[in-house]
Design a binder for this molecule. Structure first.
Ligand SMILES: Nc1ncnc2c1ncn2[C@@H]1O[C@H](COP(=O)(O)OP(=O)(O)O)[C@@H](O)[C@H]1O
Ligand SMILES: [Mg+2]
Length: 343
C-alpha cells in the first residue's frame, strides 16, 4: 500500500510564455497548476487523465515522461527526482516508461517498412540481441495487440489502416516490457470504428504483462471503458480524482457534472453541442487567483474567487477540489497517491 510509486508528481506547475498572439507578448500560460498524482506498478494502475482540449493533459504527460521540467514542484520516478536521472539510469527510465502519441505517422518513416519502427528500439536498448531474438520480441508484441505477423511485417506504413498503425505503436511500446505506457489521445485521430481494437490492445498489455497505463483523453466514454481511476483536469488543475465508477456515475465537481451530462447517450435529446458551446472557455487559463472554474461555475461562492480550493477527500476513493465539499478533510499532497492504489 505504501510502496514507492512508479511515477509521481508533487505540486507540479508548468508555466509557458504564451504562444505568439498579437498583444499577448509577455503574458504567460499556466498549463499545469499545482497538480499531484501517483501511478503504481503493483498492482499496475490504469488511470485516465481527462479534460477538454487545452486543459493541460499533454503538458502533464510530458512532465511525467521527463521531456520537460516543471516550473515548480517535482516529478519522481521510482522515488528518484527526475532531474537526477542521468546516464545509464536515464536509459533504463526511457525503456521502462513508454509513450504512445496521438499521431502514429510522426513515428513512422514512410520510406521504411513498419519492421523498422519496431527494430530500432530493440537495437537501441538491447544491442546484444540477435536478429532471431529481435524477431521473436516483435512477434510476441504483435500477438498481444492482436495483429497478424504476415499482415503487418514487410508492409509500409501507408499499407496499414490507421487502427493497425496505432496498434503497431502499442506493440512497439510494450515490446521492451516497460512498467508503464503513457498514451496521449491514442485513438483521437482514428476512425471511431477502429478505436475499440486499439483500446483493447492497451488493456491486453495491462492484463497480460502487468503494465500500468496512463490513458489521456478528452473523451469520458472511453475513459470510463478503459480505466479504473480518473483525474479530471480543468485549466491545468485537478478538479476531481478517484475511482472512475463514482466520478462518472455520480460526479461532484460542478465541472465534472457539466461534462458527464455531455457524455453522448442513446437519448438523442442529450447532445454534445450545447455543452461545448457553454464550455468553450475551457482552454482559457485564468491568471487570477482562486478556483479556475469560478468564472463559469453556477455555484460559485465568494471564497472561490480568492483562493484555489484544495482537494477534499469526500470518500475513501475520491477527492474533489471544490469548496462545496469543504466539510471533508483536505488531502495532503503526499496522500493523493492513496486514491489510486489498487484501482
Ligand atoms: N510549448 C508551449 N508553449 C506555450 N504554450 C503551451 C505550450 N504547450 C502547451 N501550451 C499551452 O498550455 C495549455 C495546455 O496545453 P496542453 O497541455 O497541450 O493541453 P491538452 O493536452 O489538454 O489539450 C494550452 O493553453 C496550450 O496552448
Ligand atoms: Mg493534448
Amino acid at each position: 500500500m505504501n510502496a514507492t510509486p512508479l511515477l509521481e508528481a508533487r505540486n507540479v506547475t508548468k508555466v509557458f510564455a504564451s504562444r505568439g498572439t498579437i498583444g499577448a507578448r509577455g503574458t504567460t500560460t499556466v498549463a499545469v497548476n499545482q497538480a499531484s498524482l501517483a501511478i503504481h506498478a503493483t498492482p499496475p494502475s490504469i488511470v485516465a487523465i481527462a479534460g477538454e482540449s487545452g486543459s493541460g493533459k499533454t503538458t502533464l504527460s510530458r512532465l511525467l515522461l521527463g521531456l520537460i521540467s516543471p516550473t515548480s514542484g517535482e516529478v519522481f520516478y521510482r522515488g528518484r527526482p527526475m532531474e537526477a536521472i542521468k546516464g545509464a539510469e536515464r536509459m533504463a527510465f526511457r525503456r521502462d516508461v513508454q509513450a504512445i502519441f496521438q499521431d502514429p505517422f510522426e513515428v513512422y518513416n514512410p520510406f521504411y517498412r513498419v519492421d523498422h519502427a519496431l527494430e530500432v528500439p530493440i537495437r537501441r536498448f538491447e544491442p546484444h540481441k540477435s536478429a532471431a531474438e529481435r524477431r521473436a520480441l516483435i512477434e510476441q508484441a504483435l500477438d498481444v495487440v492482436g495483429l497478424r505477423v504476415d499482415e503487418t511485417l514487410g508492409r509500409y506504413p501507408h499499407q496499414l489502416s490507421g487502427g493497425q498503425r496505432q496498434r503497431v505503436m502499442v506493440a512497439r511500446a510494450l515490446m521492451l516490457n516497460p512498467s508503464i505506457i503513457v498514451a496521449d489521445e491514442p485513438v483521437s485521430m482514428v476512425d471511431a470504428s477502429l478505436r475499440a481494437s486499439i483500446l483493447e490492445s492497451l488493456l491486453n498489455a495491462h492484463d497480460q504483462r502487468d503494465i500500468a497505463i496512463i490513458y489521456i483523453t478528452h473523451d469520458l466514454t472511453t475513459a470510463y471503458q478503459v480505466c479504473t481511476s480518473i483525474l479530471m483536469m480543468y485549466s491545468g488543475a485537478m478538479v476531481e480524482v478517484g475511482s472512475v465508477e463514482p466520478v462518472i456515475k455520480d460526479p461532484l465537481h460542478p465541472y465534472t457534472q457539466l461534462l458527464v451530462g455531455s457524455i453522448p447517450l442513446p437519448d438523442p435529446t442529450r447532445r454534445w453541442a450545447a455543452v461545448q458551446a457553454s464550455s468553450s472557455a475551457a482552454g482559457q487559463h485564468s491568471t487570477t487567483q482562486g478556483c479556475p472554474y469560478a468564472p463559469r461555475c453556477p455555484q460559485v461562492m465568494d471564497i472561490c474567487r480568492t483562493e484555489a480550493p484544495p482537494l477534499y477527500a469526500v470518500s475513501a476513493n475520491r477527492a474533489v477540489a471544490c469548496y462545496l465539499y469543504r466539510g471533508a478533510p483536505a488531502v495532503a499532497t503526499e496522500d493523493v497517491s492513496a486514491l489510486y492504489i489498487g484501482a
